[in-house]
Design a protein around this ligand. Structure first.
Ligand code: GDP
Length: 370
C-alpha cells in the first residue's frame, strides 16, 4: 500500500508492503509524527546501508545529473571483474569532472602481485573505454585496507567540490560507503532530501568538513556480469572469499582446461608449458584432450562441469563464444576472464590459445601482474 507520506530522510514515498522495495516502512511507523523509511532508519541508527532495487531509468537520471555538477566522480570497480563492473556510458555522464578510479577487493589478489601493474592495467582499460582517471587507488573495503589512502586522494582531487561515488552492483560500493561511515564522521551523518527533484531515489550523503558532501548513488545492474548469468548459489561458488592461490597445470598443446562449466581454455599450439590458473580456490578445474573437449562439455555440463549447477542452469547460460589469442614470447601474459579470474602464461614461447566463454563475458589479455 502506497501512503501519501514521504520519508523525512530521503523524500521517497512511504510504502508498507514490500520490504525489498524502496520506501518501505512498517505500518506502525505511519503513526509517528516524523516518518522515515526503513533504509534511512537503518542508516541513521545503525550506520548501515541497505541495497535498494530500482529501475535502470531512475539510475540513469541520477547519473545524468552528475555532469551538470562541479564534483569529483569516484568510480568503484571490482578488480576481479573489470569488464563486468564497468559502468557503461560514464564518460557521457561525468561531463568535465575529474574521475578517481577505485579497484576494490585487492585482498583477493595473490601476495606476490605487482600492484603498480594492476593500476597500469586499470588505467589502460579505462582509456580504452574513453575515460582518463586522475588516479587509480586499490582498496579492500571488506578488510578496511587503504581506506585512508582513498580518502586522502579524494581530499586532494576534489578541490573543494562534492564527491559522487558510482559503480555497478556487486563491486562493493555499499561496503565502501559503510567503511567510510564507520571510520569517519559517522556521528555527523545527516540524511537530507535528494537534490534531484522528481526522482524516487534515496541517497546517502556523507558530510565533509567544508560543507560539501560525499554522495552515494544507486548501483546499476550490468547484464554482462557473469554473476547475472548463473543462479546466486553458483555466484557464491565462483566469487573468491579469500586470497587466491595459484594452481599450475603443465599442458601440452592439444589439451584443454575447463573452469567448472563456465569457461574452457584450449592450448591449440605451442611448446609444453605451465598454465597458471588464478580463480576461486574451490573452483573445479578439469583437464582433458582438446579433441574430446566438445564431447565432455556436451555430456557433463552442469553435472561434472559445475558451476553452472544442474541442467537448467547450464541451459540458461548464453551460448559460448570463442576468443583466439596468439601469445608472443614477450614476458608473462595473463588471459583474463572477467568475473572468473585469469590464466597466466610465462611467455617464453609462442602459444596459440582459444578461450570459450559465455557470450557477454569479456575475455582479454594483459601484461602479467606477477
Ligand atoms: P554493491 O552492490 O556494489 O553495493 O556491493 P556490496 O557492498 O554489497 O558487495 C558485493 C559483494 O562483494 C559482497 O559479497 C561483499 O561482501 C563483497 N565485497 C565487498 N568489498 C569487498 C572486498 O574488499 N573484498 C572482498 N573479498 N569482497 C568484498
Amino acid at each position: 500500500e502506497q501512503s501519501s507520506v514521504s520519508c523525512a530522510g530521503c523524500g521517497i514515498m512511504i510504502q508498507t508492503e514490500d520490504a525489498k522495495r524502496p520506501g518501505f516502512a512498517p505500518p506502525s511507523a505511519l503513526d509517528r509524527k516524523v516518518v522515515i523509511c526503513q533504509r534511512c532508519y537503518r542508516i541513521k541508527h545503525y550506520n548501515e546501508v541497505a541495497p535498494v532495487n530500482m529501475g535502470d531509468d531512475d539510475f540513469l537520471r541520477i547519473l545524468d545529473g552528475i555532469g551538470s555538477t562541479q564534483s569529483l566522480v569516484v568510480m568503484v570497480v571490482d578488480i576481479f571483474d573489470f569488464q563486468g563492473s564497468w559502468l557503461k556510458g560514464l564518460p557521457r555522464f561525468v561531463g568535465k569532472n575529474p574521475i578517481l578510479l577505485v579497484g576494490n577487493k585487492v585482498d583477493l589478489l595473490p601476495r606476490n602481485i605487482n600492484l603498480n601493474r594492476v593500476r597500469n592495467w586499470m588505467q589502460h582499460e579505462a582509456k580504452e573505454r574513453g575515460l582518463r582517471p586522475e588516479d587509480v587507488v586499490l582498496i579492500s573495503a571488506q578488510k578496511g585496507q587503504h581506506i585512508d589512502e582513498l580518502l586522502a586522494r579524494i581530499g586532494e582531487l576534489r578541490k573543494g567540490r562534492d564527491v559522487y561515488i558510482v559503480g555497478v552492483t556487486n563491486v562493493g560500493k555499499s561496503t565502501v560507503i559503510n567503511r567510510i561511515l564507520h571510520d569517519y564522521g559517522a556521528a555527523e551523518l545527516e540524511i537530507t532530501t535528494s537534490p534531484f527533484p522528481g526522482t524516487t531515489l534515496d541517497k546517502i550523503e556523507i558530510p565533509l568538513e567544508d560543507g560539501r558532501f560525499i554522495f552515494d548513488t544507486p548501483g546499476i545492474i550490468n547484464r554482462d556480469q557473469i554473476g547475472h548469468m548463473i543462479p546466486p548459489a553458483d555466484l557464491r561458488k565462483i566469487t573468491p572469499n579469500s586470497r587466491i592461490n595459484s594452481k599450475v597445470y603443465q599442458l601440452n598443446d592439444g589439451q584443454s582446461l575447463f573452469l567448472g562449466g563456465l569457461a574452457r581454455i584450449d592450448f591449440v599450439q605451442g611448446q609444453r608449458q605451465p598454465f597458471i590458473v588464478y580463480v576461486d580456490n574451490d573452483m573445479y578445474i578439469h583437464r582433458t584432450k582438446l579433441d574430446k573437449a566438445d564431447e565432455v562439455m556436451e555430456k557433463h555440463h552442469g553435472s561434472l562441469l559445475v558451476p553452472p549447477t544442474g541442467e537448467e542452469a547450464a541451459k540458461a547460460l548464453p551460448p559460448f563464444i570463442k576468443h583466439t589469442f596468439k601469445i608472443r614470447p614477450t614476458g608473462t601474459t595473463d588471459i583474463v576472464i572477467s568475473g572468473l579470474g585469469w590464466v597466466s602464461l610465462q611467455g617464453k614461447h609462442d602459444a596459440s590459445v582459444v578461450v570459450h566463454a559465455p557470450k557477454g563475458v569479456s575475455v582479454g589479455i594483459r601484461k602479467g601482474l606477477i
